[in-house]
Structures are given as C-alpha cells and as structure tokens.
Design a binder for this molecule. Sequence first.
Ligand SMILES: O=C(O)c1ccccc1NCC(=O)[C@H](O)[C@H](O)COP(=O)(O)O
Length: 260
Amino acid sequence: MNILDTIVARKKEEVAEAKKLKSIADLEQSVAFGRQTYSLRDFLVDPTKTGIIAEFKRKSPSKGIINDKVSVEEVTTGYAAAGASALSVLTDKDFFMGHEDDLIAARKVNQIPVLRKDFMVDEYQIIEAKSIGADIILLIAACLTQQEIKDFAKLAKSMGLSTLLEVHGQEELDYSINEYIDVVGVNNRNLKDFTVSIDTSLKLAETIPAEFLKISESAISNPETIKVLKKAGFNGFLIGENFMKTENPGKAMAEFISQL
Ligand SMILES: O=C(O)c1ccccc1NCC(=O)[C@H](O)[C@H](O)COP(=O)(O)O
C-alpha cells in the first residue's frame, strides 16, 4: 500500500472516531457558520496580493519534521503581512503534526482565506472545516471518485466555501472537473512516491479549462520558478517547505517576494 492509501485509510478511521465525539448537529452550532467567508478566487486575482498560498506545515511524509518550533499565529500573520493571497493550514495529525486548533488559531488572527489542508474522504470533514473557520477545502482527485468530488464540492459551495481541486495528471483532470470547482491545483509532487517536477504543472497548464483559476503546488523554492509558472498562465502558487524550513517563515516569504 502506498503512503496515500495509508493516509486515506487512517483518515477514514479518524472520521469514524470524530463522528462519535461530535455530531454534524454539534458542528453546525459553531459560530463560524455565521461568518462571511473569504473567496479564494477574489484573493488570487487581487493585484495587491502575491498569488502565493503560504502553508503552515510542521512535518511531512517526504521530509519528516520540517519545523515544530514556530507558532501558527506568528507564521501565518507573517505570511499575510508578506502579501499571501491565502493560507494553507495542515490539520492532519499523524502524518503532518497538524491540528484543527492550528486552523482555528490562524483564523483568529488573519483576514485572508484559510485553506483546510487535509485529506477529504467524507462529507463530515467539509462540515467540520466550515465549523472551525476554513474558507477553502481541498479535494484531492487521487483520493476520491468522480461522484464524491462532485458531491463534496457541491456541499462545500452550499456552505460558502471555496473549492480547490488537486490533480497530478491529465486523467485525473479529465474526470474530476465539475461546475462546483473554483480553482484547479496541479500538485508537482507525486503523492504516492514523493517524486517532484515543476513540469507536471507546465504540462497541464494548457489543458485546464480557461474558466478555472489554476495554481501550482509543491516543490517551489525559487522565484524564477514563479516567473516560469506565471508565463504558463498560473494564477497562484502553494508553497510550504521552502518557507517553513527557516527560523522565520514569514520573513523568508517576504525575501522570496522581493526577488520576483
Ligand atoms: O509533502 C509531502 O511530503 C506530502 C506527502 C504525501 C501527501 C501530501 C504531501 N504534501 C502535501 C502538499 O501537497 C504540500 O504540503 C504542499 O503542496 C506544499 O508543498 P511544499 O511547498 O513542497 O512543501
């Protein structure tokens, strides 16, 4: 079984456990259901922002511990100050050392869209994302059927959430696009063997229908790469490790932006 299958299997166990502790009715009591969400599309096209979706990630399956010394509040406000269009916050515990509390904390101190970066396998998680203040949910095509992607995206839109569909190849793109998707992300990382290539984004750039904004995700560590991706038509860039591996990720992002 590859790592993605392992993550998905564990995720299904976690969801079953979570449902025993907190029902959907309990989740819907959250004050977050009354807040106006921030639109990922609006913030990606905002000329005063950078198009960077900056990620708070302590650990990953491919790199192990990256940085478990910095606070989510300090990092995410630093990202926002540097011009991030959105924040990505890992909430997976076992493989990324994340937590829902990290997203709740980031929500409290930032006024830009927050992505719940996790592996959605059940509609419960989408309602849970809304309940903790997320603006965006991620649908990873490699983990879901075509019908699940459509059902989950439709549910997310009904709650005012933005939907980010993540693909890694043409076949996934072809079967997973639907009318409830706002933004298409191309993951440069193969989530099954961790190999990375920016060419993954460049190959798919022209096949993503024009009505979708598109972002490139993973393995972006050089400002020159942003210039190449922008020329290829990408509107956004999801970057985690390149900033998180430093003592001050917000400062690292500001320095990165200054070279664009
Ligand atoms: O990052 C991993 O090792 C990983 C392994 C398996 C599934 C997902 C994984 N990462 C999630 C992401 O897609 C990245 O955190 C995100 O795109 C940022 O990538 P990077 O800038 O390379 O940290």
